[in-house]
Design a protein around this ligand. Structure first.
Ligand code: PEP
Length: 255
């Protein structure tokens, strides 16, 4: 079964809402309309930009999708600074990143917290982009498959197959994020295949076949083509290179 690739730009804590508008326009108008029938493209701006992106996408009927970089496991209440699933859904978000390694590291997010966030996303009709990935010392000790598959299964704990169906998984080795040190296609493929196989063992081969598994970590226009050629890599989660409209559209065109 052919899976439609997804290229998702994680802007992290960059760009104000005016810069966001300029970047979305650049991406949407640089790629021909027919491109979007073959590849899904999403931007993942900071929360403060999402309303502006929504206005632009709706107003100009752009074929881009967008989403948040995180969400609260809670629906509402006394959680100062947090943003909930219903809030993102109301802004027309398709996706939400869950379990990015920067959140795991700087906000001490455990697999248990990540699991609660995945459940919150699914409950509110958002597609989680569930990130997993090993730190360098785990890779060096050859524990990367065990580490990433355990993160995946823990992140999905308690969800029924119909709730898992449609989620996106992103393999992002921690040592490759923002370092310029991209995983080789064969290293990335090995883990993406193992993640798909773990999904198959737990939720059935058909669901696993349908699930998009992305690679993320120093993806650029110069390396995307070799990555997406791999059987089990269905696109990319792109950080740094998604902030430059020219580079990002070039990368998309090569995906
Ligand atoms: C990311 O933050 O998800 C990421 C992959 O970053 P970069 O592309 O900059 O390595």
């Amino acid at each position: 079964m052919a899976r439609k690739p997804l290229i998702a730009g994680n802007w992290k804590m960059n760009l104000n809402h005016l810069e966001a508008i300029a970047l979305v326009q650049k991406i949407a108008f640089s790629l021909p309309e027919k491109y979007f029938a073959k590849v899904d493209v999403a931007v993942l701006p900071p929360f403060t930009d999402i309303r502006s992106v929504q206005t632009l996408v709706d107003g100009d009927k752009l074929l881009l999708t967008y989403g948040g970089q995180d969400l609260s496991p809670h629906e509402s209440g006394a959680y100062t600074g947090d943003v909930s699933g219903p809030m993102l859904a109301k802004l027309g978000c398709t996706y939400v990143v869950v379990g990015h390694s920067e959140r795991r590291e700087y906000h001490a997010e455990t697999d248990e917290v990540v699991n609660k966030k995945v459940r919150a996303a699914v409950k509110h009709g958002l597609t989680p982009i569930l990130c997993v990935g090993e730190p360098l010392e785990v890779r060096e000790a050859s524990g990367h498959i065990e580490h990433t598959t355990a993160q995946l299964i823990a992140g999905l704990k308690g969800l029924k197959a119909e709730q898992v169906d449609g989620i996106v998984v992103a393999y992002e080795p921690v040592w490759a994020i923002g370092t310029g040190r991209v995983a080789t296609p064969s290293d990335a493929e090995e883990v993406c295949a193992a993640l798909r196989s773990a999904l198959g063992d737990k939720y059935g081969a058909e669901l696993a076949e349908r699930t998009r598994v992305l690679y993320g970590g120093s993806v650029k226009s110069g390396n995307i083509a070799d990555l997406v050629k791999c059987d089990n890599i269905d696109g990319a989660l792109v950080g740094g290179a998604s902030l430059d409209g020219e580079e990002f559209t070039k990368l998309c065109a090569l995906a």
